[in-house]
Ligand binder design. Structure first.
Ligand SMILES: CC(C)(COP(=O)(O)OP(=O)(O)OC[C@H]1O[C@@H](n2cnc3c(N)ncnc32)[C@H](O)[C@@H]1OP(=O)(O)O)[C@@H](O)C(=O)NCCC(=O)NCCS
Length: 168
């Protein structure tokens, strides 16, 4: 299923390629829960703080050949917790298990950093994706993207499984 897909950490020179697959992923989200104005604001800025994520060595890429087709990252979010950031897969590659594979690797990285819980502020369309990975909904919130408010759902997952896999 993941034939031909490789993984590596992003470096600053990847920035434009990352923005390209992130924007393609946003463009692939239909007007379901969000208005055109909300989707346009998200398209303009798919992942605030992306440069810092890349610089910190916490943004993982999925590549087909040399071309980045998806990515996911994380950042510290309080004692014992890590926030999942900027999970995107180009729509041409959706449904191949790339998002799941990225998240498994991100969770292992968070567990390796000593974290015990993953938290994700998920756009509503992506909630079923996170549920299928074992995340459970615990609340709601709102992003402010240049004055446009984007609702999200907060999901959490304990990282014991990742830590156990790492220790094995
Ligand atoms: C959400 C996203 C990252 C999923 O990536 P993907 O590579 O297509 O996901 P996968 O193929 O690894 O799917 C993993 C599981 O999630 C499920 N899933 C993925 N997207 C789903 C959706 N929209 N609705 C229901 N289930 C979904 C799959 O069925 C699969 O379940 P399974 O393993 O039990 O069969 C991708 O669709 C995307 O980039 N969306 C737009 C951007 C976005 O919303 N990002 C999240 C921001 S919080």
């Amino acid at each position: 299923m993941l034939n031909g897909i490789g993984f590596r950490l992003a470096v600053p020179i990847d920035h434009a390629d990352i923005l390209a697959f992130q924007r393609a992923a946003v463009a692939g989200v239909g007007c379901g829960h969000y208005t055109g104005k909300e989707l346009a604001a998200w398209y303009c800025c798919p992942a605030p703080g992306l440069a810092e994520l890349i610089w910190s060595g916490r943004y993982l890429l999925a590549l087909e050949g040399w071309r980045p087709v998806g990515g996911a990252g994380w950042e510290p979010a309080g004692p014992g917790a890590g926030r999942v950031r900027a999970v995107f897969v180009h729509p041409d590659h959706a449904g191949r298990g790339i998002g799941r594979a990225l998240m498994e690797r991100v969770e292992v990285a968070m567990a390796a950093a000593g974290l015990v819980e993953a938290v994700v502020p998920a756009l509503i369309e992506a909630v079923p994706f996170y549920r299928s990975l074992g995340y459970r909904e615990v609340g709601d919130g709102c992003f402010d993207l240049a004055g446009v408010s984007l609702a999200y759902r907060i999901l959490r997952k304990p990282l014991e499984a990742g830590a156990a896999a790492l220790a094995a």
